[in-house]
Design a protein around this ligand. Structure first.
Ligand code: SF4
Length: 482
């Protein structure tokens, strides 16, 4: 006899597995792709073996990230052989850069979609099935500043956001710009992400308002050179990043606002004043220096000198008390002598960054540096310089974290630490929670999971180079430090 309930059953949802490599911009792209696919009947799975659709959102900034994707594609070939109905997609920067190469190396891939075309993922998945042929959607090759070839993805995304894809339920990324016009010689981003485009401010404010209504407490505004943000309305008025921050600051429910990544030349005084004057602003700036040597900066085409960077650091510290600045460095760039490397060490020493992300140079096909210069620094030397610069930075982290001991800081609680999640599931009492100060220092304390998303006063009892440890104050908060 037929099951009388059978015709009432809901249609089975399609299962989507997604892996993301790379920067925050990619994490946000994945969140937006997932949001759109969920609206079309997909649900997320963490089990790749259960998935009907497997997507890789990729990065092409370093060779290692690309190798990782090609080996993942190799591993899932057997899934496709056993279940040919499974759809496989390569999205993002590597899709834009390698295009048809991906289909040659991994013919079991169904869709290849560049970052400017992510709004079309579901349409392409359907077309690949219908035509029984792989589909590719990438932006045209960039020939230097033309704007007509890049699909503007902002408008194509559904504004509904996907909470499960966020860093935590209380934190969200909001893209305010796409692309980049700086063309640093080592960087593939301008050719894969297209020209710099600022998003209209009304859409950004509306999205942030929706996120706040969903319980988000902290938003991080994203752009390759986020402080270059400028939107001109048809009546000729310009919204700068500082103006946008003022509007976002008025949104009820938000308690903290950050922006990354900044470009040194565009660190204007009005922006620094906004960070100082708006209480919800995180007193934290990420401004990559990349090198402390003018000749290397020139080879990198970074468009500033070390003197300009020093001047910017001085203005930051004069304007914003208690601010923390972090930086990026590339070591072993083409032609980097010991003397030029030492200049990077000196810059780290005098800038006293909160932390530095240090990378060994690796040439990327399609970049100017790869065309113009020999990758002439041996791998061993790059490695040693990386370790040396890291050691200098770590010593600074240790020295600058130490004075926090005994001070009370306000943190935005992010959630239980990984160890804490395990202990909680095993039925232990209080657990280790983590949060961040306004100046982005990580604080670990003993608390409970319900505190996630709250602003809490914590007295620091111990400091390591990367982490502060503390106890929650139960009495009124006095003298919050940054
Ligand atoms: S500023 Fe330079 S390093 Fe940053 S995204 Fe643009 S080209 Fe790449």
């Amino acid at each position: 006899m037929a099951d009388p309930m059978a015709h009432n059953e809901l249609p089975q949802k399609k299962k989507l597995y997604i892996e993301t490599v790379g920067c925050q911009m990619n994490m946000l792209d994945s969140e937006l792709v997932v949001a759109k696919l969920r609206n079309e009947g997909y649900e997320l799975t963490l089990d790749i073996g259960q998935a009907d659709t497997i997507l890789y959102n990729t990065c092409s900034v370093r060779q290692h990230a690309e190798d990782k994707i090609y080996s993942a594609l190799g591993r899932i070939k057997t899934i496709k052989q056993q279940k040919p109905e499974v759809s496989i997609g390569v999205l993002g920067c590597m899709a834009q850069k390698d295009q048809g190469q991906i289909l040659k190396r991994a013919p079991h891939v169904d869709i290849v979609v560049g970052p400017g075309q992510l709004g079309r993922v579901s349409e392409l998945l359907a077309k690949a099935k219908e035509d029984r042929a792989p589909q590719m959607a990438v932006s045209l090759a960039r020939t230097g500043g033309s704007r007509d070839h890049v699909t503007e993805s902002f408008a194509e995304y559904d504004p509904l956001r996907e909470p499960a894809m966020r860093p935590t339920p209380h934190q969200a990324f909001v893209r305010i710009m796409m692309g980049c016009d700086k063309f640093c010689t080592y960087c593939i981003v301008p050719s894969v992400r297209g020209p710099e485009q600022s998003r209209p401010p009304d859409g950004i404010v509306e999205e942030a308002r929706q996120l706040a209504e969903q319980g988000v407490k902290e938003i991080t505004l994203l752009g390759q050179t986020v402080n270059s943000y400028k939107f001109k309305t048809p009546d000729g008025r310009t919204t700068r990043l500082s103006d946008l921050l003022e509007r976002l600051h008025d949104i009820p429910g938000l308690v903290r606002i950050k922006f990354i990544t900044s470009f040194p030349n565009d660190m204007t005084d009005d922006l620094l004043q906004a960070v100082r004057d708006l209480p919800k602003m995180s007193r934290y700036l990420h401004v990559p220096a990349q090198s402390g040597c003018d000749e290397i900066l020139k080879r990198m085409k970074r468009l500033y000198t070390v003197a300009l960077y020093d001047d910017m650091m001085a203005r930051i510290h004069e304007t914003i008390p208690g601010v923390a600045v972090s930086s990026d460095f590339i070591v072993g760039f083409c032609g980097e002598t010991e003397k030029s490397f030492e200049k990077s060490i000196r810059l780290v020493e005098r800038s006293r960054f909160k932390n530095s992300f240090i990378f060994k140079y690796s040439p990327r096909t399609g970049t100017k540096a790869d065309d113009l210069y020999a990758d002439d620094i041996p791998e061993g030397v790059k490695k040693r310089r990386n370790n040396d610069l890291l050691a200098v930075q770590n010593a600074i982290c240790a020295e600058d974290n130490r004075p926090f001991v005994g001070r009370t800081v306000e943190i935005l609680v992010e959630g239980p630490s990984k160890t804490a999640q395990r202990h909680a599931s095993e039925g232990f009492g209080p657990i280790q929670m983590t949060g961040r100060t306004s100046c982005d220092r990580i604080v670990v304390y003993e608390g409970n999971a319900r505190q996630a998303g709250e602003l809490l006063p914590v007295t620091i009892t111990e400091a390591t180079p990367m982490t502060l440890f503390g106890e929650v104050m139960t009495t009124a908060l006095v003298g919050i430090g940054a």
